[in-house]
Design a protein around this ligand. Structure first.
Ligand code: BYC
Length: 321
């Protein structure tokens, strides 16, 4: 019996749904709904851009790290971020989008990247706060994304999370050194905590009720936990870390809620969040201009690669006759 196209489409949809229901990964060669594919491209490419743009605030301190030891660690961390970007661009490419198109969307401002990287890294304390809070928030989110339904994204997350825990610890160790140091150092640690705490909470995105993509992404298990649930986890885990450092918590309204078994916290400045994600943060223009400059400066490498490839092809054709 010959199946008609509607029956085939129904079977594909059923198989896809069956895999989602049973927590099986969707792989690049499997059929998937167009909206699922587009949502993944949006999220994974933005995630990749975040890793790459995120190299800038920390890269800013490589030449000014206080000791050779710290410099080597920071250099390795920034290189890790480049690697994360590569895995993620690779995962997005399996969905049929080219890296060139993703970069064009980033540079034109069409594609977003994590808002946190539009804040300047002004002191060495900021490098501690970025590792501790920014990588710490990223881990909360990415541990949950290890179970995302798309295979290449899930496997990328498993690998990335292993590296992120080192990143978080190197940041926290910088904070410990500063917080247990001289008064000036302690003040530097407090100042970095004050400036990076709220933007770190914004990394989890808008409240669930305001989140445009959450319902779809949760339904198809692209996302496994909601923006607010992940943010709450981060808030709860950060309180004892701040206490251990002996620093003041930046949230004056923070209070333990016995009934909920969680901390209640003050409200995020959502105007600031929207301002930053719409391109008007402290460093948005600088970050994109720097990326464009690096892109232009590396153009000759791509041209050389292309010319070499052409030469090889010509040679292969000549041999094949
Ligand atoms: N910043 O409907 P929503 C790192 C956008 S890097 C900017 O809730 P969704 C590191 C959102 O994209 C790790 N934009 O969206 C690297 C959407 O815009 P579009 C970065 C944000 O996707 C170097 C709109 O707002 N981690 O660790 O359901 C050095 C509506 O939001 C933000 C990831 O990228 C934001 N904070 O949920 C150190 C994790 N929040 O697309 C460290 C992967 C929201 O409609 N991404 N938007 O124009 C995700 O988990 C989810 O995409 C989000 C947002 C939770 C971020």
């Amino acid at each position: 019996m010959v199946e008609n196209t509607t029956e085939i489409a129904d079977k594909q949809q059923d198989l896809f749904q069956h895999k989602i229901n049973n927590n099986q990964n969707i792989e690049p060669n499997n059929w998937m709904p167009e909206r699922y594919r587009k949502s993944l491209i949006r999220q994974i490419s933005q995630h990749a851009h975040s890793e790459i743009i995120g190299m800038q605030p920390e890269g800013n301190w490589i030449t000014r790290a206080p000791t050779l030891h710290r410099k080597i660690i920071l250099l390795a961390k920034v290189q890790d971020e480049a690697g994360h970007g590569l895995y993620l661009y690779g995962a997005a490419e399996t969905l049929g989008v080219s890296r060139t198109d993703m970069i064009v969307d980033l540079l034109s401002g069409k594609a977003k990247y994590a808002s946190i990287f539009n804040y300047p890294s002004q002191t060495w304390g900021d490098i501690g706060a970025i590792g501790w809070l920014v990588d710490g928030a990223a881990i909360c989110n990415q541990v949950s994304l290890q179970r995302t339904s798309y295979g290449p994204y899930s496997r990328g997350m498993i690998r990335i999370c292993k590296e992120e825990s080192f990143h978080q610890r190197q940041g926290y160790k910088i904070m410990i050194a500063l917080a247990k140091g001289s008064n000036e150092q302690k003040q530097m640690a407090q100042d970095s905590l004050n400036r990076f705490y709220w933007p770190a909470l914004m990394m989890f995105g808008p409240h669930d009720g305001e989140s445009a993509h959450s319902a779809f992404s949760m339904r198809y298990k692209i996302k496994r936990e909601s923006n607010d649930d992940l943010r709450q986890k981060f808030i709860d885990q950060t309180v004892p870390q701040i206490e251990y450092l002996g620093l003041k918590h930046p949230d004056k309204d923070l209070q333990w809620n016995d009934e909920r078994g969680h901390y209640d916290s003050g409200e995020i400045d959502w105007n600031e969040f929207h301002n930053v994600i719409n391109g008007n943060g402290y460093c948005n223009r600088q970050r994109l201009a720097h990326h464009q400059q690096a892109h232009d400066a590396g153009a000759w490498v791509k041209e050389a690669q292309h010319a070499y490839h052409q030469k090889q092809m010509k040679r292969e054709y000549a041999v094949a006759g």
